[in-house]
Structures are given as C-alpha cells and as structure tokens.
Design a protein around this ligand. Structure first.
Ligand SMILES: Cc1cc2nc3c(=O)[nH]c(=O)nc-3n(C[C@H](O)[C@H](O)[C@H](O)COP(=O)(O)O)c2cc1C
Length: 332
C-alpha cells in the first residue's frame, strides 16, 4: 500500500486529502473520508464561528481520526482561527493568503498546517512560514483556482518547497491521478470535485448527476461567480460547470454590476431549488473521470488501491529491454 511522509505528518493511512469546499464539505463527508484513512477537511469559509463550532463537534461525533478545517485567509478568519486552536483541530488547512500567523498559532498548540498555493513563489513563502505540507493547486481544479495547470505546477512547487512535503490538487479523480502526482514528486493528492460525487456530499442530487454527465470541456474557468458575489481573492478565478447561467454571462461580465443583486438572488434561489442549470456548480476538469456516485470511504479506498496498481504496472515498463535489442530498426 502507499505510504508517504504526508501520511506520517498528518497521521493518516493513505496520502489522500478531501479538499475543504466551503459548506459543500460537511461533517458527514469529512468523517467518512477520515474514517476510511484519508484526511477530511471541513469547509470553513462560508460558516460563522458558531456554525463552524457545531460542524467540528459533528465531525467528532462521527470519527476519532485526524481531520482538518479550511480557512480562506483572504477573508476575515481570525476568530475562526481562535476556535480551531481552542478546539485542537488536528490540521488547519489554509489557502489564498499568507500562512505565517496561522503557522505560529498552530505550531504553538502542537497542530499541523497544510497550505494551498498556486505558484512556486507562494510555495517558497509558505515554506518560510513553516507550513507542514504544501498543496499545489493547479488551474484544472474546481472552485477558486489560479492560472497554472497541475502538470506544470506540481514539479515547480516540489522544487520550491525544498524538502517540505507537497500534495497535488486539481484535476485528480482516480488512482491514475494520484500515481501521476507521485511521479511528479508530490507525496499525495487533494481532491475536491471527486468527493462532491459521493453519497455524503451535502449538495443537490442534480449537481452530482451533472458531474457524471459532464466532460472535461464542460468545466469552465470563469470570473462570473466572483463578479456576481463581489469576491476578490488575489489571482483567483472560479472553475464551474458551464451551465445556463455561466454561458449567459461569461464574456459579458461588465454588464453584471448594474443587475448584480437580481442575478445573485436568482442564483441563490436556483441553489435552494436544486436547479443545476441556474446555480453556480463548481467543478474541476476531473469531471471527465467521474462516472459514479459512491460512498466517500469507497472513493478513498479505490483511489489508494488503483494508484498502487498503476505504479506497479508502470514500473514494469522500466524493466523492458531497449527497442533496438528487440530487432526493431528505426529509419529516419
Ligand atoms: C465545490 C468546491 C468548493 C471549493 N471551496 C474551496 C474553499 O472554500 N477553500 C479552498 O481553499 N478551496 C476550495 N476549493 C478548491 C479545493 O480546495 C481544491 O483545490 C480543488 O477542488 C482541487 O481540484 P479538483 O476539484 O479537480 O479535485 C473548492 C472546490 C470545489 C470543487
């Protein structure tokens, strides 16, 4: 079975992390992933302190394994950080900002910090801040993303991290993706979209089914959601399913501000109604490799098993005799 430094540092069995995805990553999902030997991350960005405290309690009612909570540092987060420290949440998973303060507080309390970055300079800054694990998030991913694709980003971040363990995020949905991340020098993977298509994810059934129906080309990088919600995280766009509302406004962002409140209200109402054509349904390009809605624990086990099988099978390629010795001749 796979075991890397990330397993050791985070206290988990498999180097598989379920991404913090705001309130789309709820206690049932987090606990199911952690119980299966991965690391579940509760989303923290759109919960207030009381809601977050209740959600942490709900995770603890369901698992005694390590888990984490995601905080977006570009948003007000200091009261939430106080809560995570007081509640002794094992892993504080930060993104979109400077992790130095979170590291100082977490390490003084004996807790770990996993910080997500979108470029190698950011990775170097995170390592200087003392993070325990760096997540390199490629623009293939769902939700808020940067500009560099996972395949190019991960090795650059591994080099910049200078020995601090790295996990890859963005576009990974199965064991092949985890094996590829390991080949790039990462020591694990963080998956968001794959875990939305699970029984425990608290999102509309229609959203989960739309993930199964979608192909890689259907997950668009678009500024539309952030223009509607007036979110400005430095360097971030969103990757979402290209549904009716996104296709209607993509490329016409300048027209949004004058009708912003009405558009936001329609999107919120669509979310309430589970209308996947008119809501903002975040999704990564990994949708192309998602074909079933499974229990989250089964996703963890399947990915770990598949990745080990892929690595064993690919290793046999190295042992093959050189082409020339097989009698083949290449003519130019
Ligand atoms: C529905 C959804 C919500 C997300 N919300 C957050 C968030 O609140 N904070 C964060 O740091 N990343 C968030 N992300 C990004 C994930 O942390 C992760 O980088 C991404 O899901 C990896 O790509 P993948 O979706 O292809 O697996 C979100 C992703 C999705 C799909």
């Amino acid at each position: 079975m796979l075991y890397t430094r990330v397993c050791q540092v985070l206290g988990i069995r498999y180097p598989i992390v379920q991404a913090g995805m705001a309130s789309y990553a709820g206690p049932e999902l987090v606990a199911a992933v952690s119980n299966a030997g991965g690391l579940g991350l509760l989303g923290g960005v759109d919960r207030d302190v009381d809601n977050l405290e209740r959600a942490i309690d709900a995770v603890r009612e369901r698992t005694d394994r390590p888990f984490g909570v995601n905080l977006v540092l570009a948003e007000p987060h200091l009261h939430k950080l106080d809560l995570l420290i007081a509640a002794r949440v094992p892993v504080i998973a930060t993104s979109w900002g400077d992790a130095a303060h979170a590291c100082e507080r977490a390490h003084a309390a004996g807790l770990r910090v996993l910080h997500q970055v979108n470029g190698e300079q950011e990775a170097a800054r995170a390592v200087r801040a003392g993070v325990d694990v760096v997540a390199a998030q490629g623009s293939d991913g769902g939700g808020h993303i940067g500009r560099i694709g996972t395949l190019a980003l991960v090795p650059a971040v591994v080099d910049a991290a200078d020995g601090t363990p790295v996990i890859a995020a963005g576009g990974i949905a199965d064991g092949r993706g985890l094996a590829a991340a390991l080949a790039l020098g990462a020591e694990g993977a963080m998956l968001g979209t794959r875990f939305l298509a699970t029984q425990e994810a608290p999102v509309a059934r229609a959203w989960k089914e739309a993930l199964l129906a979608a192909g890689t080309v259907d997950a668009w990088q678009s500024p539309v959601p952030d223009v509607v919600w007036e979110v400005a995280w430095p360097g971030a766009d969103s990757r979402v399913l290209a549904n009716d509302v996104i296709r209607r406004w993509h490329g016409r962002e300048a027209e949004i501000p004058s009708q912003r409140e009405q558009i936001a209200a329609l999107i919120d109402a669509a979310k309430e109604a589970g209308n996947v054509r008119e809501m903002v349904a975040y999704a990564g390009q990994s949708v192309g490799a998602i074909h079933d809605i499974l229990p989250a624990g089964e996703v963890v086990e399947r990915i770990a098993r598949e990745a080990a099988a892929v690595l064993r099978e690919r290793a046999t390629l190295v042992e093959r005799e050189p082409v020339a010795e097989r009698g083949g001749s290449a003519s130019a």
